[in-house]
Design a protein around this ligand. Structure first.
Ligand SMILES: [Fe+2]
Ligand SMILES: [Fe+2]
Length: 338
């Protein structure tokens, strides 16, 4: 299935995960009479590249597809979970996966196209020290490997391009043990975010790895895990931002934030609240190269930004057929981070 074959019917089926009537069709099908386009960018997230299950070939197929579009993106923002998993994988295998990630990008994306990176929970080396055979003293321990790979000083950043402001945040607030995490923006990053938003008057896109808000969380449980007899319908703090209310208020008061993109769940959904759109953008790897994750195929977000501050979003598949053939997804532990 390619982009053109990704039918409106399928898009509507996927829109079943949407809060807000008619919101997905309006955003996925650009109106012909809308304002001039400022920029087209791609948001491939949750690549989880590895040599196994033809993950390297799948990643290459994704980026080749993206760059061979009639109008390819002028910017790429990778949404985190770039190698399969460095959080519980020894250095040797983690290095193979990181090298595969970087070499695949180098041979599929022209150097003229800027690429930015958000940090995912699987990009943090040594979260499980035993499984990683890590001491904690490695020069690339924790988030340092991610930073070193891309020459970053911090795991968050912002920049302007073609009249739009982009903010890339680090969702992964590690707890003191360096293993568990909570999805939230705190401390120095939060201070920076407040100042950054206050200093810009441009329409703004925010990218996080974990969703700030996501309705797909309520559909990512098997029947026997879906409990409705308790007082609350709880969502794990490892699957969605616990500070969603604070961020929503901050974004709304800034008056410029239009779109928040995320990944992490490997599912496609869209929420619109108080005029800000939150899209969880599926996954390049689908269910980590084992086929679709529930109803979401392997794909990436393709976003057009317009001069009037509006945007359109298209979840774009690249014809990937998982090997071996997709079968029923492994049971997901309640509360487990994707
Ligand atoms: Fe992921
Ligand atoms: Fe993740």
């Amino acid at each position: 299935m390619n982009q053109m074959q990704f039918s409106r019917r399928r898009a509507m089926a996927l829109a079943g995960l949407t809060l807000g009537a008619a919101a997905v069709p309006a955003a996925t099908v650009p109106a012909p009479d809308r304002a001039k386009r400022s920029l087209r960018f791609a948001h491939p997230t949750d690549i989880h590249v590895q040599p196994e299950l033809r993950g390297g070939e799948g990643m290459a197929a994704c980026f080749r597809h993206m760059m061979s579009l009639a109008e390819p993106p002028e910017l790429i923002i990778c949404g985190g979970d770039l190698p399969m998993d460095t959080g519980s994988t020894p250095e040797e295998q983690s290095r193979i996966d990181w090298d595969l990630f970087k070499s695949t990008l180098a041979r599929t994306v022209p150097a003229s196209v800027p690429i930015k990176y958000a940090l995912g929970n699987h990009d943090v080396f040594g979260r499980d020290k035993v499984a990683c055979k890590a001491t904690g003293n490695e020069p690339f321990y924790g988030k340092k490997w991610f930073l070193q790979n891309f020459g970053y000083e911090r795991t968050w950043q912002s920049f302007d391009q073609n009249g739009w402001h982009f903010v890339i945040l680090d969702s992964i607030d590690l707890l003191p043990d360096g293993d568990e995490f909570v999805c939230r923006i705190v401390g120095e990053q939060l201070d920076w975010l407040r100042s950054d938003l206050a200093a810009s008057k441009l329409p703004t896109v925010v990218v996080t790895h974990a969703p700030i808000i996501s309705v797909a969380n309520y559909f990512d449980k098997d029947e026997d895990e879906w409990k409705t007899d308790g007082p609350d319908l709880a969502v794990s703090a490892k699957r969605m931002h616990v500070d969603c209310r604070d961020l929503e208020e901050l974004f709304r008061s800034s008056k410029n934030v239009k779109l928040c993109l995320s990944g992490h769940l490997h599912l496609l959904d869209k929420c619109v609240y108080n005029g800000i759109t939150y899209i969880c953008d599926g996954a390049v790897s689908g269910a980590k190269w084992k086929g679709w994750k529930r109803q979401t195929p392997e794909g990436y977000g393709l976003i057009d930004l317009y001069e009037d501050g509006t945007f359109s979003h298209q979840y774009t598949t690249f014809g990937w057929q998982a090997e071996p053939a997709p079968k029923k997804e492994k049971k997901i532990k309640v509360g487990a981070a994707p």
